[in-house]
Design a protein. Structure first.
Length: 88
């Protein structure tokens, strides 16, 4: 479940940065669980954050973009496309 949750977060970050509250609004995860996943993704080098006013915005690093692209290509090849992740 945690791998799927982290992939969901990476997918949400693919187009633009998001704060934790944005991610919470787009997932069924609690703020504390999202923060835990963001910490793991940051430690892995897939995302970074920057302060925007009172919020921290999280965004994909180049490593994160390459990883997400590889996952999406793999899903496309394995499943003939995945509508949720826009690979069909």
């Amino acid at each position: 479940m945690s791998v799927k949750s982290r992939l969901d977060i990476l997918f949400l970050l693919k187009d633009r940065p998001h704060c934790v509250c944005d991610l919470e609004n787009h997932t069924d995860m609690s703020q504390s669980l999202i923060s835990h996943h963001l910490s793991d993704l940051t430690n892995a080098g897939f995302i970074e954050c920057k302060r925007e006013g009172k919020y921290m915005d999280y965004y994909l690093t180049e490593k994160g973009k390459r990883y997400l692209k590889a996952i999406l290509l793999m899903l496309n090849q394995k499943n003939g496309g995945d509508k949720k992740y826009g690979t069909s």
